[in-house]
Design a protein around this ligand. Structure first.
Ligand SMILES: C[S@@+](CC[C@H](N)C(=O)[O-])C[C@H]1O[C@@H](n2cnc3c(N)ncnc32)[C@H](O)[C@@H]1O
Length: 511
C-alpha cells in the first residue's frame, strides 16, 4: 500500500492514514458480481465509478473484467476504460500506484480515468454502477474546511457525521435511473444518530436491496474495522423488503442465505436490523402460548349490536360488546352496546322457538338479515352472524387492540366484554401474563417492529392486525425475572410508558 507524505486526516496509531482500509480481493469480486459488472457481459458501454480508489483494489478487478469482456466481444479495452471507468482518490501517491498497476495490465488510458481529486468536490457524470469502500474519517478528524463544505453541501451530513456518509449521498445522486450502488463500509450509519439523515434519504428515494453484516469478518487487508457491512442499493422506487444476511467469513459470501426484512419507511431502522428475528431466545406471541384473533363480524351490526337489546331479547342471548369506539383517546369506556348471540355453547344456532322475545326481534329484521350473503348461502340459518360467536371468549381475560388507533396504551379486559369486528384480541394466558405482554406491546421497540412489519408509520397510528401481530418478536415472558415482572406490571398499571421503554430496552439491548 502506498501512502503520500501529506496526511490529510492524521495518522492512525499503526502509522497508516485515517480512512485507509483496503478491501480484500474476495470482497471486491463479490461486490462486482452483485452489481453485475461481470466479464461475460459486454461491458464496453457500462459506466462505473469508484470514488476513493486507493491503490486500486476495485479498479484492478474492473480492468481485469473489462479486458476479458473486450476479448469476448471484440472491443478496445483501453478506449472503453477511458470513456467509462472513473476512479478518484485525494491522495496523489495512491492514484499514481493505481495508474501504474492498470498500465501494467495493458490499459493505456489510465491517466484520464484515475483522477487525483477530492471526490466530494468533483464534478461527476451519471453512472450505471458505483462500487467502493469510502474513507472512514471520524468527525473529529475531518479538517475544518472539509467539515464546513460537507455541512453546507450534503443534506445527510448530520450530527457528528463520519466522512463516508457524504460519499454515500454524492454517489447515490450520481446513479442513472437503473443504476446499482454497492459499498463496503462501516455499518454504524444503519443504527446511530449520525446515520439518521442518510437512512431517511435511502428510505424515501432509493431501493435498498441487500445488507450483509460483516461484523467480525476478515473483509479487509488488515484487521482495523470491527463493524463493516456491504450494502447494495439501486436507483428507483423504494422497495418493500430487502435481503439481510450475516457473514463471519468472506469466503462464505457467495453462498450466504438471506432473510427477507421489511424496509422501514423512516429513519428508524432499529427493528429492521436487529438480530431478534434470528435469535431463538426471541419468540412470537403465539410461540408463547397466546392466541390472536379478531372480533366478530355480524354482517348487520345495526341488528346484532345495540344498547337496546336488554329491553328486546332474553338476557341469556346478550353480552356486552366492545368496539374501537370504546377504546379511544387512551381511555377504556364502554358505551353500553350489547351483542346479540344467536349461538349455543356447542356452536350451533339456538332454536328461536325457545326464545320468543329474540324471535320477535329478529323476525322484525328478517328481510335485512336474509339479504346478507351469509344468509343467502344457508337460508334456514338466516339469523346467523358472519363469524361464529364463542360465548367462552367473553369470560376470558384478553388484550384488546383496536385497529388504527392513536392509543399509546394497550388495554386488558379481565373477561367482561366480547370483541366486535374492529378489535383484534389476544387471549390464552392469565390476566397477569396478558398485562405483561401489553406492557411490551406499548414499548417503542415493539412499536418500531410494528412499523417495520406494516411497512408504514401510518402517521403515528399503530395498525394492530393479526398478520402483523404474528410477526412481532419478544423475549420469552417466562424467563423475565420476578422483580422485573413486578416493576413492568406496576409501570403498566400507572401507564408509565417511558419507564416501560427503559425496562424493555434492556431486553432488546443485545438485539
Ligand atoms: C478505505 S480506503 C479504500 C481504498 C480502496 N477503495 C479499497 O477499497 O481498497 C479510502 C480511500 O479514500 C481516499 N480518500 C479520502 N478522502 C477522500 C476524498 N475526499 N476524495 C477521494 N478520496 C478520498 C483515501 O486516500 C483512501 O485511499
Amino acid at each position: 500500500m502506498s501512502s503520500s507524505n501529506v496526511s490529510i486526516y492524521g495518522l492512525r496509531s499503526n502509522g497508516g492514514q485515517h480512512g485507509d482500509v483496503f478491501t480484500s480481493p474476495t470482497v471486491v469480486c463479490f461486490m462486482l458480481d452483485r452489481v453485475k459488472y461481470t466479464a461475460n457481459r459486454d461491458l464496453r458501454n457500462v459506466r462505473i465509478l469508484e470514488p476513493s480508489c486507493g491503490d486500486g483494489e476495485f479498479v484492478m478487478e474492473i480492468a481485469r473484467r473489462l479486458l476479458l469482456s473486450a476479448e469476448r466481444y471484440s472491443f478496445d479495452a483501453s478506449d472503453a476504460f477511458r470513456r467509462n471507468v472513473r476512479a478518484y482518490d485525494i491522495d496523489g501517491a495512491k492514484t499514481e500506484t493505481c495508474r501504474k498497476r492498470i498500465r501494467e495490465m495493458g490499459i493505456v488510458s489510465a491517466e484520464q480515468s484515475i483522477l487525483t481529486a477530492d471526490f466530494l468536490r468533483a464534478e461527476t457524470d451519471k453512472t450505471d454502477i458505483i462500487v467502493g469502500n469510502p474513507p472512514y474519517i471520524r468527525y473529529e478528524n475531518i479538517p475544518k474546511d472539509m467539515l464546513d463544505f460537507c455541512r453546507n453541501t450534503f443534506q445527510t451530513f448530520h450530527y457528528r457525521c463520519d466522512l463516508y456518509v457524504p460519499f454515500f449521498e454524492k454517489t447515490l445522486a450520481a446513479l442513472k435511473p437503473d443504476g446499482q450502488h454497492c459499498f463496503i463500509c462501516s455499518n454504524r450509519w444503519l443504527k446511530n444518530e449520525y446515520g439518521k439523515k442518510l437512512r431517511q434519504l435511502i428510505s424515501h428515494k432509493y431501493a435498498l436491496k441487500t445488507i450483509i453484516n460483516l461484523e467480525g469478518a476478515d473483509a479487509f487487508q488488515e484487521e482495523v474495522l470491527a463493524y463493516p457491512a456491504i450494502t447494495l442499493i439501486s436507483a428507483g422506487k423504494p422497495a418493500n423488503t430487502f435481503d439481510y444476511a450475516e457473514c463471519k467469513k468472506v469466503d462464505e459470501l457467495p453462498s450466504l442465505s438471506y432473510s427477507k426484512r421489511m424496509m422501514p419507511t423512516d429513519e428508524d431502522w432499529t427493528a429492521a436490523f436487529s438480530t431478534y428475528c434470528d435469535d431463538p431466545s426471541f419468540l412470537t406471541i403465539e410461540q408463547q402460548g397466546f392466541k390472536i384473533g379478531i372480533g366478530v363480524a355480524t354482517g348487520a351490526d345495526a341488528v346484532f349490536v345495540s344498547r337496546d337489546l336488554p329491553q328486546q331479547v332474553e338476557p341469556e342471548l346478550i353480552m356486552p360488546g366492545i368496539n374501537a369506539r370504546d377504546l379511544r383517546g387512551n381511555r377504556f369506556q364502554w358505551q353500553g352496546e350489547y351483542l346479540l348471540n344467536p349461538y349455543k355453547t356447542d356452536g350451533t344456532l339456538v332454536n328461536l322457538a325457545d326464545y320468543p322475545r329474540a324471535s320477535a326481534y329478529l323476525e322484525n329484521h328478517r328481510e335485512r338479515l336474509s339479504a346478507r350473503h351469509v344468509a343467502k348461502k344457508s337460508p334456514l340459518r338466516w339469523y346467523k352472524t358472519i363469524d361464529r360467536i364463542s360465548p367462552s371468549l367473553l369470560s376470558q381475560p384478553k388484550i384488546l387492540l383496536p385497529d388504527m388507533s392513536g392509543n399509546t396504551f394497550v388495554f386488558v379486559d379481565d373477561g367482561a366484554f366480547y370483541p366486535l369486528h374492529n378489535i383484534y384480541y389476544i387471549v390464552g394466558r392469565s390476566s397477569i401474563q396478558l398485562r405483561l405482554l401489553a406492557a411490551f406491546l406499548m414499548s417503542d421497540f415493539i412499536r418500531n417492529q410494528l412499523a417495520a412489519v406494516t411497512n408504514a408509520m401510518n402517521g403515528g397510528f399503530s395498525r394492530w392486525q393479526s398478520q402483523h401481530l404474528r410477526k412481532l418478536r419478544l423475549p420469552n415472558l417466562n424467563s423475565i425475572p420476578a422483580n422485573d415482572v413486578q416493576n413492568l406490571l406496576a409501570h403498566y398499571e400507572r401507564k408509565e410508558i417511558s419507564s416501560i421503554n427503559t425496562m424493555v430496552g434492556k431486553y432488546f439491548a443485545r438485539a
